[in-house]
Design a protein around this ligand. Structure first.
Ligand code: NCD
Length: 309
């Protein structure tokens, strides 16, 4: 596909071939992402980061990606200081950002916000998380992590664990993994299982996801365990949250049954789902995963601004 000028709202906007093209390019950006070599690729370009919801990695890695490629960044991390506070609509905020930049990165608490924003923007909009919807650029870095840290994606047994109902990273990732030849297991308490329509879609795409309740059921077989935070802020009822908070915890004891080369991933932030003792084991891939956010986003922004084909 020709990436120049496209909006990136869902991972389903891409084919497997498109994703592989982005990831191959991302691999070549790793030395620049590490600061080992420099680049002027994005000289003269401006990226707007509009974050209506908290973020550490997504915003900083987008900004690092742009700046390391020689581009510039403007935007906000807290809408409290913007005209949204005065009642400005998202559509108008987007029109303004489009007038001041070449590319908009948007995070918003409402599902569908990025799709809406794309209708009002004459520059590309990238969805950096829309409520419990999608998080396509997280998926790019997740896939790059699997390729780099587990060798390849095809043939892998991958378990998505935790809050599969509200977690947008696993929504996007499940779609993408279904484009590859993977064995998927969805590990969640029944109330937080993957939404039905998503299970149906990935099944139509050829995946046959297994649904289970406990990590113990998958730990011995899995090549990748992708752990997620229970999305406290998306529960309508705090009592419902308390029932499922801390249901899963990856500990060194649980990992005793894992394959030697298995990797543990997490989009972060973690709360208590992975005990800190796991950090120093060879299983821990989550901090490396966060780093891959830079090269993966470098690849995407350079393609959609048209500086690379
Ligand atoms: C995730 C998100 O915002 O969806 N974080 C991220 O982008 N790395 C995961 C989360 O908040 O639990």
């Amino acid at each position: 596909m020709n990436f120049k000028g496209i909006h990136v709202v869902s991972v389903r906007d891409f084919s497997r071939k498109d994703i592989e093209h982005i990831l191959n390019l991302a691999d070549t950006f790793i030395p620049i992402a590490r600061g080992e070599s420099s680049s002027t690729l994005m000289n003269g370009k401006i990226m707007a980061t509009l974050f209506f919801e908290p973020s550490t990695r997504t915003r900083l890695s987008f900004e690092s990606a742009m700046q390391r490629l020689g581009g510039r960044v403007l935007g906000f991390a807290d809408p409290g200081g913007t005209s949204a506070k005065k009642g400005e609509t998202l559509a108008d905020t987007i029109r303004m950002a489009a007038a001041y930049s070449d590319l908009i990165v948007l995070r918003h608490p409402q599902e569908g916000a990025a799709r809406l924003a794309s209708k009002f923007s004459n520059v590309p909009v990238i969805n950096a998380g829309d409520g419990a919807g999608q998080h396509p650029t997280q998926t790019l870095l997740d896939l790059q992590t699997i390729r780099q840290e587990a060798g390849k994606i095809d043939g892998k047994k991958i378990a998505l664990v935790g809050d599969l109902k509200y977690g947008r990273t696993v929504h996007s990732l499940a779609y993408a993994l279904a484009m590859f030849d993977t064995e998927l297991t969805f590990v969640a308490p029944p109330t937080l299982q993957m939404p039905k329509e998503m299970i149906e879609t990935v099944s139509q795409m050829g995946a046959k996801p297994k649904l289970v309740n406990s990590v113990e059921e998958v730990i011995a077989e899995a090549d990748v365990i992708y752990v997620t935070r229970i999305q406290k802020e998306r529960f309508p009822d705090p009592a419902e949250y308390r029932k499922v908070a801390e249901v899963y915890k990856i500990t060194p004891e649980i990992l005793e049954d894992a394959k030697k080369k298995m990797i543990v991933m997490h989009p972060l932030p973690r709360v208590k789902e992975i005990s800190p003792e796991v950090d120093d084991t060879d299983y821990a891939a989550y901090f490396k995963q966060a780093f891959y956010g830079v090269p993966a986003r470098m690849a995407l922004i350079s393609l959609i601004t048209g500086v690379v084909e």
